[in-house]
Design a protein around this ligand. Structure first.
Ligand code: SAM
Length: 488
């Protein structure tokens, strides 16, 4: 069921995406009407969260069943005393992915909006829709001094879940206040504002654990939970601090990537764009922490997250470097150093989980990017691809993945790579849970069948709750793309 309007895009971006999804090759396979329905369903499902939570578990530390029991116990304990008590907790293993547990998301639920309102950033709002509490740095504006006239208007005004509204925020927020949380969709609310007129979406009600003054009038950087969500619009357990070394929240297609890469104990693997390290750690875990996983990322302050995640999951085979991966091939092949740049053909497998326009991420209610920004990734991805192919040993495996839905960053990159690097051949993927590649980039049907595209728009219907959870979870994912190559 849809409670939010479709993702809001700049008109030029919406037009571009439409031309991608209703291209000539698609129209040779389906009717114009079907292609249009899929495109509109895409815009709607992008603004809504998936109907399940996917947890990757540390099977290098304990068995799936042991972790499932521990998780059930920890989550029941966490839920005790909250209004979530009556939600029965279902935790099921994925039948085809050995280290995945799935939990259903309950939503959208009927939640009444309150007169005390807090505005949070869009990223924070999206995290709340996926089960998180509001962390204090995410709070942009909290209640202060609403005029009585506007206050009474608010109380009697039933608002839709996503609306432009003039906020005049109530008396100073205190610890223990029950407040309605709104996501600032376009990033227009000023920090500490006492009124706000902008596009927002209601994401649920929570209890404040901080005072307004400690957020906006303090020298100390705000941290920790700021609002504990007690009545979220979409309910799923919060995993904050829950079995941190055993349970890792990760989107289902991202877990599929690690298995498709298929690392084996003792191998040397390169993860070229690794932060925050979800896939790096998964690769090391699949290898039983035997071998070496080199993780590179060009952003220095993201590097620590990879180290922290590897440490938390007790993974010692991960080596982390801050480096621009387009420069990761050594110009002197004889030079052997521990870190980058590396001589050509240094790695058994390479993962290029490329920086991308991220248009498959869910929930995302508004993307303010221009078409130029959306289209800026293709050249960078190609530069990274050049380095990836050079660094891979002959007989090695290269996996290319993105969390976006455009042809330019997915199927077109595959067509370009096959033409540019005759040494590469497309390989079947295991597991293959998503659909095949989208027509439109000139690839042959047998090539499209080797690609894995997660396309929630093909079947999105969150009212269908009778199918087994894993069937729903396989379809109701973020938009994602995976290609697997062998270097001959
Ligand atoms: C899609 S994210 C990677 C997510 C990561 N693989 C995971 O699963 O946790 C892309 C990453 O590429 C990094 N990046 C962008 N350009 C890069 C470059 N030239 N070299 C290395 N990393 C780069 C970004 O900083 C970002 O962290």
């Amino acid at each position: 069921m849809s409670v939010f309007p479709g993702i809001s895009l700049k008109p030029e971006v919406a037009e571009y995406l439409k031309s991608v999804f209703i291209n000539k090759e698609v129209l040779a396979a389906v009717s114009l009407q079907e292609a249009e329905i899929r495109f509109h369903r895409l815009l709607t499902c992008l603004s809504h969260p998936p109907s399940h939570t996917c947890v990757r578990v540390s099977t290098h530390l304990a068995s799936l069943d042991e972790i499932r029991l521990k998780l059930a116990e920890a989550l029941q304990k966490q839920m005790f005393g909250s209004s979530a008590e009556d939600v029965s907790l279902q935790i099921v293993p994925h039948p085809r992915i050995p280290d995945v547990l799935l939990l259903p998301v309950d939503g959208p639920r009927a939640v009444k909006q309150l007169s005390s309102e807090v505005v949070v950033g869009a990223q924070c709002g999206s995290a709340v829709l996926r089960g998180a509490h509001v962390f204090t740095p995410g709070i942009i504006a909290s209640p202060k001094c609403k005029s009585p006239v506007v206050q009474s208007m608010l109380l009697y005004n039933t608002r839709s879940a996503c609306d432009v509204f003039l906020f005049f925020l109530r008396a100073d927020m205190k610890t223990g206040d029950v407040v309605s949380v709104f996501s600032d969709l376009e990033g227009k609310c000023t920090r500490g504002a006492t009124s706000f007129q902008g596009k927002t979406a209601f994401v649920g009600n929570g209890v404040s654990e901080v005072e307004r003054s400690s957020i906006f009038c303090s020298d100390k950087p705000a941290k920790g939970v700021g609002i504990r969500m007690v009545e979220p619009l979409y309910w799923s357990p919060s995993f904050d601090g829950v079995l941190p070394n055993l349970a890792f929240l990760q989107n289902l297609p991202s877990v599929v990537v690690g298995h498709v890469l298929g690392p084996r104990p003792g191998e040397r693997i390169l993860d070229m764009c690794a932060a925050p390290g979800g896939k790096t750690c998964h690769i090391a875990a699949i290898m039983g922490d035997q071998g070496e996983v080199v993780a590179l990322d060009r952003i220095r302050n993201k590097i620590d997250r990879i180290r922290q995640n590897a440490q938390m999951l007790h993974l010692r085979s991960v080596k982390v470097y801050c480096f621009n991966s387009t420069q990761a091939v050594s110009s002197d092949p004889a030079l052997q150093t521990e870190g980058p740049p590396f001589p050509p053909e240094s790695f058994d497998r390479v993962l290029l989980d490329a920086p991308c326009s991220g248009l498959g991420q869910r929930p995302n209610m508004a993307c303010t990017w221009s078409l130029k920004e959306i289209c800026s990734y293709q050249p960078l991805q190609r530069n990274l691809f050049h380095a990836a192919v050079r660094l891979l040993k002959k007989g090695g495996v290269l996996v290319y993945s993105t969390c976006t839905v455009t042809l330019a960053e997915n199927e077109e990159q595959v067509a370009w790579a096959l033409k540019t690097f005759p040494c590469l051949t497309l390989q079947p993927q295991e597991p293959h849970i998503g659909g095949e590649g989208m027509p439109g980039a000139g690839l042959a049907p047998e090539q499209l069948r080797l690609l894995q595209r997660f396309s929630p728009e093909l079947t999105w219907d969150q009212t269908q709750t009778t199918a087994p959870l894993h069937c729903r979870a396989d379809k109701d994912t973020i938009g994602f793309f995976i290609a697997k190559f062998l270097k001959n």
